[in-house]
Write a protein that binds this ligand. Structure first.
Ligand code: ZN
Length: 290
């Protein structure tokens, strides 16, 4: 699997034994099971090819009764590769908010984004202190941000598209972890997962204006660049890194993705490249060490 990395840092580990996935090296070293899937259902590393079409979400045009069992089966298989199962899974409906929800034991089990109960609608982040709970998010350009506190044994996972990033959703997750579980941001490790890179992420001027209004001009100027086309480009990775630092996470405990879903559109589903054919799964299990 020929992934293009934007720099030489070792951020992810690639696994191709079963359903292929990337894991965050920083979280692997804490013993926290985590993954980010690809387009592939199988991959033969020796032959350098595999079967594509790993479905993890149901799209609008799909027949629910037909697609749901396939989606659940794939997510369950991925979960098993982390020593978990879909019975321990919690997801959100991902409507591009900055709202974070504290998972309860009643929230676990297979569910589709479209069938969320009313009290769990319009949420883009989850946190939990429940052991072995699996948090899942989906993305096909919007990066996930994985959060883990090995002291309090709590985790979080957020979907950070530009709107969630604007609303500083990683900081919201950390704030909930501090309030509810007593997490100290200094103890927290965080990873910005695969997502669209600044070169691929052209934005309208109105998006710059919103960041400038809410974050201040100098912060906006650090994460937006004017390209020769005259258009702004947004650096989602740097924006979320800045939010994590501001929330009190130590710089040496933040892993920043060097994998772009659009530059690697042959390996990942990219919203901008393919228009919503499918998405990737990000997963993290609340477990530390072996
Ligand atoms: Zn790119």
């Amino acid at each position: 699997m020929k992934i293009q990395y934007s720099d030489q840092k070792k951020v992810f580990n690639l696994h191709t034994e079963q359903i292929p996935y990337l894991s965050v090296d920083l979280l692997d070293r804490l013993g926290v099971p985590n993954l980010y899937s690809t387009r592939f259902r199988t991959f033969d590393a020796q032959r350098g090819e595999g079967e594509e079409g790993l479905r993890v979400v149901v799209m609008n045009h799909e027949d629910l009764a037909e697609a749901a069992p396939v989606v659940f089966e794939n997510r369950d298989k991925l979960a098993h590769q982390l020593g978990s199962s879909i019975e321990h899974e919690s997801i959100t409906d991902q409507t591009h908010t900055n709202r974070v929800y504290v998972v309860t034991p009643e929230d676990l089990g297979p569910i589709l984004r479209t069938e969320k109960p009313a009290h769990r609608r319009d949420i883009d982040g989850l946190v939990t202190d429940l052991p072995d709970v699996l948090l899942t998010a989906f993305g096909g350009d919007c990066p996930p941000v994985y959060i883990a506190d090995p002291v309090r044994k709590t985790i979080g996972l957020v979907h950070a598209g530009w709107k969630g990033t604007l609303g500083k959703i990683p900081a919201e997750a950390i704030r909930r972890m501090s309030e509810r579980f007593g997490s100290d941001p200094q103890d927290i490790y965080a990873a910005i997962g695969p997502g669209i890179c600044v070169d691929c992420y052209e934005m309208g001027d109105e998006v710059y204006d919103q960041f400038s209004d809410q974050w201040g001009r100098s912060a906006a100027d650090r994460i937006f660049r004017r390209y020769p086309s005259g258009k702004y480009h947004l650096d989602l990775r740097e924006a979320n890194r800045m939010t994590l630092l501001e929330a009190g996470v130590r710089a040496d405990r933040i892993a920043v993705s060097n994998v772009c879903t659009m530059c690697n559109a042959d390996i990942f589903y990219s919203y901008r490249a393919h228009r919503m054919q499918n998405e990737q799964t990000a997963m993290i299990v609340n477990r530390f060490g072996e």
